[in-house]
Design a protein around this ligand. Structure first.
Ligand SMILES: [Zn+2]
Ligand SMILES: [Zn+2]
Length: 340
């Protein structure tokens, strides 16, 4: 039985997390539109992008939107034209919600750059709720037997981290620097280590440094420190522009720095000789394609990562975001809902 109303959170007026931009509401359970399925949420991970949306670093695209784009749940209904995913199928709803399918970017396999793309929890209501709708073509089938709490962080933290690793052009057996060590970084480090990379983690959090070493990082130092050896590749996960020159200076000749976040504070002036010459490359990472998502989730199914999670009931989503804002979360914060 699908109820008519549900609990959800909406962003009312974006602002500092202390001003409570997120409010709990009772709203109608959405009905799936053409090509969409309705999903009963079992878990939704909390991403830094949710914080950027709540605090207004990313401008709202529609009023009173429910955030959350790492939602795991079961299909409970299908809209017109949908039905490939049977009721009861476990799926994930991730950040990329739709693309146009016919622009120059979509046609060349770069749908992450589609100018008409839409995003879960930004253009449409997301997973900080008991139910959400997702276009069937953008839902990822997920294993039914893994705890939902452990799958949810894979949907953005995992997928985006995977794309950042690809964008970082890490050579086989190379040396990778990871700046910032939250949910995405801790999953990305595990892929890189499994692929034979030497991983150096640079973060201001002492507990995150401990977790990094525990997961197999070769070293863990403060974000401002130089790694113990030059890097072939680096990924900046911390949304801190001041770290761009720091990470560029840590690159070896020919190295690449990929900036993984959707939002970054301003980058200070760079010095050509010190930061870019010798063919060092600075690049961004913009969302992901569905191909990235499927490739990463297949990899994660073959080699399940250790996913460090901190569960919160749906009713405490605001506390989860406040903890994330204050760097009090080790691994990924995940909203968990009763599974039946
Ligand atoms: Zn995200
Ligand atoms: Zn397109």
């Amino acid at each position: 039985m699908i109820p008519t109303e549900m609990d959800a959170w909406v962003v009312t007026r974006p602002g500092p997390i202390a001003s409570r931009p997120l409010r709990p509401v009772r709203v109608p359970v959405p009905s799936p539109g053409p090509g969409e399925v309705l999903v009963r949420v079992e878990a939704c991970a909390v991403c830094r992008t949710d914080l950027h949306l709540a605090e207004g670093d990313l401008r709202p695209r529609r009023p009173r939107t429910t955030p959350g784009h790492e939602a795991v749940g079961r299909v409970v209904a299908a809209g017109p034209g949908a039905g490939r995913l049977a009721p009861g199928t476990r799926v994930g709803a991730a950040w990329l919600r739709s693309t146009c399918g016919h622009c120059r970017y979509c046609l060349r396999g770069a749908e992450n750059l589609c100018p008409d793309s839409t995003y879960t929890g930004w253009d449409a209501d997301g997973g900080y709720a008991e139910y959400l709708t997702v276009p069937e073509d953008f839902a990822y089938p997920l294993p039914g037997d893994t705890p939902a709490e452990k799958l949810a962080p894979l949907l953005c933290a995992g997928i985006i981290g995977y794309r950042a690793l690809l964008r970082g052009d890490l050579p086989p057996g190379g040396r990778l620097g990871i700046y910032g060590f939250g949910a995405s970084a801790h999953l990305t480090a595990q892929i890189a280590i499994a692929q034979g990379a030497t991983v150096h983690v640079l973060t201001r959090s002492a507990r995150a440094r401990e977790l990094a070493l525990d997961l197999g990082a070769a070293s863990a130092g403060d974000a401002a420190d130089a790694p113990p050896e030059p890097l072939d590749s680096a990924i900046l996960f911390a949304p801190v522009g001041e770290l761009v020159p720091v990470a560029l200076a840590a690159l070896d000749r020919g190295g690449t720095l990929a900036v993984a976040g959707i939002h970054l504070s301003d980058i200070p002036a760079l010095t050509y000789q010190r930061h870019l010459f010798q063919e060092r490359t600075l690049r961004s990472v913009t969302a992901n394609t569905r191909a990235d998502g499927h490739a990463y989730l297949e990899l994660a199914a073959l080699h399940p990562p250790r996913v460090t999670t901190v569960p919160y009931p749906l009713a405490e989503a605001d506390r989860a975001l406040a903890d994330l804002a204050a760097d009090r979360v080790e691994g990924a914060a995940v909203l968990t809902l009763p599974s039946s």
